[in-house]
Design a protein around this ligand. Structure first.
Ligand code: SF4
Ligand code: SF4
Length: 481
């Protein structure tokens, strides 16, 4: 399709919030095309960064206006920002799509059922209590023989692609999915080196609660006191990626307030200030690092927001913690050894690698585990298709990307996949069908240190526990949950 296919109408300047000519640096070289996830699965110029920039320039010049066709081409964009990393001319496509998305939410640009589905998702997903209420009714179903039956015979096809995608992403739910069990003040286990805050995330705490618990244990074991405000909600990432700016602003303000109210004289989080607010999900980290702009003058945390891997590498793991790390087991139950290391591949979440420039830190942390060998996937930079709610609202494109990504990860022959973003982990698990475990690097570290056994890690991937000195090791008991 060419721009001529898009209805020509008076201008509606999408980019009014950006400096004039924000799209001008694009020289149409096409270097971004091979990295673009939507172009990869759709193969159409208008579903590539270059094509969308062309549309934006046409709108800016008054040659086009936003209509359903234009909206469709922007809706296929995953917001993965691989194009930003690839562009030699420094085009800030991330800023362009961020300025565009709010305009796509205008009435009449999407089919009413699509609007309703999006609105429903944004009314449930960023609210842990609402999400838990919905999940309660699905609790018996998740992981049950009925779910296996429905998946095996694809009976869910009868309900349409969106509901099919939702069902496929539904993980097995444990009791801890339904309550926040953390104390507000969590003292360090060893002499204190610092004091940090921890963001639990909205979807993560319900779908993968072991990540937060493992992170807490790793931080405490490294000498960090951790403050976890009990009334914290969503950071706003889910709505931010959908261009819902008012809702995002409200979430951001409430999250900042929950930390402010937890800390101070007589408050449950203690009086001393934090040195950083830590995040374990890359999508959340990306949005929270943009709070200064999003909050538009309202007060921010007053301390840096850091991804937990970034923080731990900057501060260093403690000697005691490093000494506690033990080899993990292969799926056949044999301990990893120098001759037979455990093969692990790290999946780069887009908002981590392209959004925050974090690539080496999670890998460095994983490599502190004895006899763990990292293998790199060939197309490590390709989006897995999760992208916030993309795998629910664009299920076909997302499923194709999920299949491509999983095939690439399988080629590494990794026995365990590390993923530091809840959306990616759910998407990868869906397409792996349970034959390779997916776990957050914090869960893997906590498991190796004998601090926490997450259900995400398969039974066969436990660690060996030092029972005494030397090689006298024994297996840990079965996993919690
Ligand atoms: S966005 Fe950058 S890489 Fe893509 S066509 Fe334009 S100049 Fe080339
Ligand atoms: S953000 Fe990702 S999907 Fe969107 S244009 Fe850029 S590379 Fe393509």
């Amino acid at each position: 399709m060419t721009s001529a296919d898009v209805t020509s109408k008076p201008t509606d300047n999408i980019l009014s919030s950006l400096p004039a000519g924000a799209a001008d640096p694009c020289v149409h070289c096409g270097f971004c095309l091979p990295t673009c996830a939507s172009y990869r699965v759709l193969g159409s110029e208008m579903d590539s960064p270059r094509g969308r920039i062309h549309i934006l320039k046409a709108i800016e010049n008054g040659e086009l206006e936003i209509d359903a066709t234009v909206t469709g081409h922007f809706d296929t964009c995953l917001g993965c920002f691989a194009c930003v990393s690839a562009c030699p001319s420094g085009v800030r496509y991330d800023q362009l799509i961020e300025a565009t998305r709010p305009k796509l939410n205008q009435t009449g640009l999407r089919a009413p059922c699509q609007n309703l589905f999006r609105q429903l998702l944004l009314l449930i997903l960023p609210y842990p209590q609402r999400l838990r209420t919905v999940l309660q009714s699905l609790r018996i179903y998740a992981g049950s023989p009925l779910q296996n039956l429905i998946r095996r015979y694809e009976l869910i096809n009868l309900l349409g692609p969106q509901l099919k995608a939702m069902e496929a992403l539904l993980p097995e739910l444990s009791p801890s999915s339904f309550r926040d069990e953390h104390k507000v003040l969590n003292p360090a286990n060893v002499p204190r080196r610092g004091r940090v805050g921890l963001v639990l995330g909205c979807v993560q705490r319900c779908f993968d609660p072991g990540v937060n618990q493992a992170t807490l244990e790793v931080l405490k074991a490294n000498g960090f006191e951790v403050v976890v405000p009990s009334d914290q909600g969503c950071c706003g990432a889910v709505t931010h990626h959908q261009g819902q700016l008012k809702q995002t602003h409200d979430f951001a303000e409430k999250l900042v307030r929950s930390f402010a109210l937890a800390i101070g004289p007589g408050r449950p989080g203690g009086n001393e200030p934090l040195e950083a607010v830590l995040v374990t999900a890359s999508g959340c980290g990306h949005t929270m690092k943009a709070y200064d702009a999003l909050l538009d003058g309202s007060s921010n945390f007053g301390v840096p927001v850091m991804d937990v891997h970034e923080f731990l590498i900057e501060r260093g793991l403690s000697k005691t913690f490093l000494g506690s790390l033990q080899p993990m087991l292969h799926p056949d139950g044999k301990p990893a050894s120098i001759d037979a290391p455990l093969a692990v591949t790290y999946h780069d979440a887009c908002h981590m690698i392209h959004g925050q420039g974090i690539t080496s830190q999670p890998r460095q942390l994983l490599q502190t585990i004895p006899h763990l060998f990292l293998r790199e996937a060939t197309e490590a930079n390709l989006c897995c298709g999760s992208a916030g709610i993309y795998n629910l609202v664009q299920p076909e494109e997302a499923a194709e990307l999920g299949r491509i990504k999983v095939a690439e990860l399988r080629k590494t022959s990794a026995e365990l996949i590390a993923s530091a973003n809840i959306g990616c982990s759910l998407q990868l698990r869906r397409h792996l069908d349970g034959d390779v475990a997916v776990a957050h690097p914090m869960e893997i570290l906590a498991c190796s240190a004998g601090l926490h056994q997450s259900p995400s890690i398969q039974k066969s991937l436990r660690i060996t526990k030092v029972a005494g000195e030397g090689d006298n090791r024994q297996l840990l008991p079965p996993a919690i949950g």
